[in-house]
Design a binder for this molecule. Structure first.
Ligand SMILES: [Zn+2]
Length: 399
């Protein structure tokens, strides 16, 4: 392709919002629920239909499609220099059983809209541009979550992912084969120059601050624990207050401290108790044993460590005062993942230049971008309306 004599001013380039919207609505019809959401679980017939449609759109836009062995898709628009690693964007198109139209789907279709826009204006980029869809981000049918990007980043093996089963005993491998999405490429055997992911915020912060764009600086580290407080079961009537070992009273005290601990580590500390089991769970028996979950999050591993030490110290004090044993067992640990300064800056610059109100944000939930950040400079864009920011941020890296 010959270079035009005068380059169009690409900093003023905008996507076709209506076309993006139309594509989102069309994809949302596959697995549409009566309540206006989408149920398109990974590796089902509906997922195949969704994948087929997205790949067809990519081919219409002149892209080539590569599928790897875990079913991740890479839709590629060549650049002037195809020896350069591609600038990649992407997300997932699988949903939760009660999923929405935008979670994940926006990130993939925004990428396709970026390519359509570049095509409309005949713009070539120096580096190739790719749009990825990652298999089984949601993890609702098969565990673990973020499966495709996790295999790609070698967080766990392909064999481990293949062997995962759903509640009917069907395997990832079998279902991938059934829908025809086992590709040739070895997962991870695919260069990435930089990675951007656009995603709905899944939280209230942008709206609360009346901002359009969240410039995501990183993803919170997550620590999960099981906590058991052991007391003594006894009859509610005959046992005087002074002679009780009431596990629930100590447990509720500690549960409040989980939340207080998060407040002691602002601004990104999070503390949640979401699951409680009381034994024997009987109206007229003093609880002898309480088991509950603890979910602690913060923006760095050091802050997660500090919250860990904080809650353990509180538990030790409560245990010493009450004489009741308290056991805190780690269940899982996802490190905090800061994004790359250059990618954060590209997103920030694009949002400012486009005149979108924006603020720095952290992601409290995991995304495929977490694994990509282990492999390449990565960044995320939280949206109310973010496709133009994606376009400009990708151009910043790809041109
Ligand atoms: Zn998502």
């Amino acid at each position: 392709m010959d270079m035009p004599a005068t380059k169009p001013d690409i900093t003023k380039l905008c996507v076709n919002g209506q076309r993006l919207w139309d594509s989102l609505m069309e994809l949302a019809q596959i697995g549409a629920t009566e309540k206006g959401g989408v149920c398109r679980l990974t590796l089902t017939d509906l997922d195949k239909q969704g994948r087929d449609l997205v790949c067809a759109w990519a081919r219409e836009a002149g892209m080539t499609v590569t599928i790897d062995r875990i079913g991740n898709g890479f839709m590629r628009r060549p650049g002037r220099n195809n020896a350069l690693p591609p600038i990649v964007t992407g997300s997932h198109i699988d949903t939760q059983p009660t999923g929405g139209k935008f979670d994940g789907n926006y990130g993939v279709l925004a990428g396709i809209e970026v390519v359509r826009t570049l095509n409309d204006h005949g713009i070539e980029t120096e580096a190739p541009i790719e749009v990825a869809f990652w298999t089984n981000e949601e993890g609702s049918r098969f565990v673990p979550v973020m499966m495709g990007s996790g295999v790609f980043a070698k967080a766990f093996t392909l064999e481990h992912a293949y062997a995962a089963t759903d509640t009917e005993g069907k395997t990832v491998k079998g279902e991938l084969e059934r829908i025809g999405y086992v590709g040739e490429q070895v997962p991870g055997d695919h260069p990435i120059g930089a990675y951007f992911e656009t995603h709905i915020e899944q939280g209230p912060v942008l709206e609360d601050h009346d901002k359009t764009i969240g410039v995501v600086t990183g993803v919170l580290g997550i620590r999960w624990y099981d906590c058991v407080v052991t007391g003594m079961e006894a009859h509610a009537g005959p046992t005087p207050m002074a002679l009780r070992k009431d596990a629930l009273q100590i447990a509720t005290h500690l549960m409040q401290e989980v939340v207080a601990c998060a407040h002691r580590h602002p601004p990104h500390g999070r503390g949640t108790v979401g699951m409680v089991q009381v034994h024997p769970n009987s109206r007229n028996v003093i609880p002898g044993r309480v088991k509950f979950s603890i979910d602690l999050r913060n923006a760095s591993d050091a802050l997660c460590d500090a919250m860990d030490a904080d809650i353990r110290a509180v538990a030790a004090k409560l245990s010493a005062e009450s004489g009741l044993p308290i056991e805190i067992t780690p269940v899982s640990n996802y490190p905090a993942q800061p994004f790359h300064p250059d990618c954060i800056a590209a997103v920030q610059k694009a949002a400012d230049a486009l005149g979108y109100s924006n603020m720095p944000a952290v992601s409290g939930a995991g995304h495929d971008a977490v694994y990509m950040a282990r492999l390449a400079p990565a960044g995320m864009i939280f949206i109310e309306a973010g496709c133009n920011v994606l376009l400009q941020a990708m151009l910043e890296r790809a041109r």
